[in-house]
Design a protein around this ligand. Structure first.
Ligand SMILES: [Zn+2]
Length: 131
């Protein structure tokens, strides 16, 4: 049982972790003949880990397609209720109405993060926790 001394409390706070899914966003279909419109190619992808996006060296990814998928990524990274739609929906279309390229968001692994490593919020506020 903790005595609640500051040094013990600090140690407990240092262990505050949370888990997020890593994601992979991949072009899975492109309308034949339109590959050059948005420069989509089946198999093009980027990965998401925490707040970071990674695109393979020498590859590109349309910023318009990225803009379409970006709002979903933080939700897809997080754990949710079993029947939440975010757990079953995985496809997003390029926003160009004539392009019809399709992206698929895949959860690739679970990664653990420490709150202290990813938050610049004042320490006292972090120790309070939510609400
Ligand atoms: Zn497109």
């Amino acid at each position: 049982m903790s005595s609640g001394r500051p040094d013990e409390r600090s140690a407990a706070v240092a262990k505050r972790t949370f888990r997020l899914y890593d994601l992979r966003v991949e072009i899975v279909s492109v309308k034949p003949g339109l590959e050059s419109v948005c420069n989509h190619h089946v198999g093009d992808y980027f990965e998401v880990s925490g707040e970071n996006l990674s695109i393979p060296a020498g590859k590109t990814f349309s910023m318009y397609a990225l803009a379409a998928v970006l709002p979903l990524l933080p939700a897809k990274q997080r754990f949710s209720d079993e029947h939440d739609w975010i757990n079953v929906e995985e496809h997003v279309l390029c926003p160009d109405p004539h392009c019809e390229a399709m992206m698929r968001i895949t959860r690739t692994r679970v990664r653990e993060f420490a709150l202290e490593d990813v938050s610049a919020a004042p320490k006292a506020r972090r120790e309070e926790g939510p609400g």
